[in-house]
Design a protein around this ligand. Structure first.
Ligand SMILES: Nc1ncnc2c1ncn2[C@@H]1O[C@H](COP(=O)(O)OP(=O)(O)OP(=O)(O)O)[C@@H](O)[C@H]1O
Ligand SMILES: [Mg+2]
Length: 505
């Protein structure tokens, strides 16, 4: 790769690009220049058009009008393959790899070094893969099977793939959403290294702190339109938010004080061998209990077992004094428990069904008293929650697949909130959701608690836990290592327990 060049012709440029999907104008007049040596942030609310820009750069979509320039020359990528061949690599949030193949085979997929007689040169492949991982500073064994690697490692494999393909333009669409803080830091180090060696990176995240840590410049989109490109050093936090949202926004919504009533959810001695051990806690009416801890500490596994989608070895779960049998989510739902899962795309949405059908799936009983689904009723429900969470869509009868990532998240959230449960368990409720809607989600959770709901909130964002929770439980390696009151909980005390330094609660 050439040395970084901050001044010359951009490696890749979009000029006045427009793109519509039927009635939805996803992009109108978007311009963006990616220079060698820079990490460039693309910021905007859910549905602003960020992923559409990514798909155009990656050759998945073609612009309706406007220009794409590569090294100053007009290009038109008619397929992802063509974009790849011209040096563009898109790293997806959850990469798709072949689990049965080795790491090296995945890295060299489609471009294996051949020996004479066109046999794959396995040795050369492993050697080259090792070199690339060394260069990235990440120790992954090229010979191991890909199955079982973390999402963070799978992303590194995608980056290695980009390197062996000599990609100069590397696009990352919300790569940190499923990463722990440590993994995100490692990714930033790798990203910075690529830029320093002359690549141009485009980086998307809903977390402003990440943009400030990693990026040199930012381009803001609002409603599909270009707003501004600025150096990160020249734009402060509040101004950036105002550019994205079009108004100023409080970035945190503190929970209101509510009257905390009797215990609703009681979990006692929950254990699953090798995953979590002896988990006991309760959540009271009107209370928000935060479940903090590092990604992988067992939080999601615990709440999945509480809800009954996963099995457990021992321990009891009671709701309003009534025991829930293990492994039966239907019983949990009937007892008034709702779980908004972490992985909403996979577990929460039926992508080919319409937006309104998805929004009403969880409360089909209310929607259809006589067994018939009434479209007008569905439409009203979806409309109410859609408005509150500022859902952006073309038509409610469009398939959920046409929604932007963050808007898909909002549908799942809205659908479970609409069941009016007595116990609401939310796993990373604001992941992938933009800053304006995030405040709205916090206000909603606070309202629901004030109405007497018992809320269990898993979040990896410390400010969210500290701002919202009346009480904080901290997990580390499958155990609860601390229980902190709202007053005791601060960044330090939670991190201390999350890294295994607490005494068992
Ligand atoms: N295939 C499609 N069909 C119809 N509409 C689409 C399609 N893809 C995107 N859209 C619409 O285009 C707009 C921009 O979507 P895009 O995915 O680019 O947003 P985004 O900025 O990435 O949002 P998020 O932060 O939620 O990921 C949205 O209104 C979305 O519903
Ligand atoms: Mg997106």
């Amino acid at each position: 790769m050439a040395a970084p060049d901050h001044t010359g012709v951009p490696l890749l440029e979009l000029r006045d690009v427009t793109k519509s999907f039927q009635a939805v104008r996803a992009l109108r007049g978007v311009s963006l220049a990616l220079r060698s040596g820079e990490v460039h942030a693309l910021a905007g609310e859910n549905g602003a058009g960020k992923s559409t820009v990514v798909r155009i750069i990656g050759g998945e979509h073609q612009p309706d009008s406007g220009d794409v320039l590569l090294d100053g020359e007009h290009v038109r990528f008619s397929s992802p393959r063509e974009a790849q061949q011209r040096g563009v690599a898109v790293i997806h949030q959850e990469p798709i790899q072949f689990p049965d193949l080795s790491v090296a085979e995945n890295v060299f997929m489609g471009r294996q070094p051949l020996r004479t007689g066109r046999r794959i040169d396995r040795k050369a492949m492993h050697r080259r893969a090792s070199e690339v991982f060394d260069q990235l500073g990440v120790p992954i064994d090229p010979a191991r099977q890909t199955r079982g690697l973390s999402i963070a490692d799978q992303q590194i494999i995608e980056i290695a793939k980009a390197l062996v393909a000599d990609a100069r333009i590397i696009v990352m669409d919300e790569p940190t959403a499923a990463l722990s803080a440590v993994e995100a830091e490692r990714l930033f180090r790798v990203a910075r290294g690529l830029a320093d060696r002359g690549a141009a990176l485009l980086f998307i995240s809903h977390r402003l702190d990440e943009m400030y840590t990693l990026c040199d410049r930012v381009t803001v989109l609002r409603d599909g339109a270009f707003v501004v490109t600025e150096r990160m050093a020249d734009i402060d936090n509040d101004t950036l938010v105002r550019r994205m949202v079009g108004r100023s926004v409080e970035q945190l919504f503190p929970k209101r004080d509510t009257e905390i009533g009797e215990e609703v959810l009681v979990v006692d001695g929950l254990t699953r061998a090798g995953v979590y051990r002896d988990i006991s806690f309760s959540v009271r009416r009107g209370e928000i209990v935060g479940l903090a801890g590092l990604v992988g500490s067992g939080r999601s596994e615990v709440v999945r077992a509480v809800f009954g989608v996963d099995d457990r070895d021992s321990g009891t779960v009671t709701v309003d004094g009534k025991a829930l049998p293990k492994g039966k989510p239907r019983n949990a739902i009937e007892s008034g428990v709702a779980l908004v899962p972490e992985d909403r795309r996979e577990q929460g949405l039926v992508l080919e069904l319409s937006i309104e059908r998805n929004a009403s799936l969880a409360r089909l009983r209310q929607v259809s008293p006589g067994g018939l689904t009434r479209q007008s009723r569905e439409r009203a429900l979806a409309g109410t929650w859609g408005e509150r969470l500022s859902l952006k869509f073309g038509s409610l009868s469009d398939p959920a697949a046409t929604l932007s990532g963050g808007n898909q998240q909002k549908i799942v959230l809205g659908k479970w909130l609409a069941t009016e449960p007595s116990v609401l368990i939310v796993d990373e409720p604001t992941r992938g959701i933009d800053i304006g809607a995030k405040v709205e989600v916090h206000a909603l959770l606070s309202d629901l608690a004030a109405q007497g709901m018992a809320v269990l909130l898993i979040s990896s964002e410390l400010p969210e836990v500290l701002g919202m929770a009346d009480r904080v439980l901290v997990m580390h390696e499958g155990r609860i290592t601390a229980e902190l009151s709202r007053d005791e909980a601060d960044e330090e005390s939670v991190m201390y327990a999350a890294t295994g330094n607490g005494s068992a609660a």
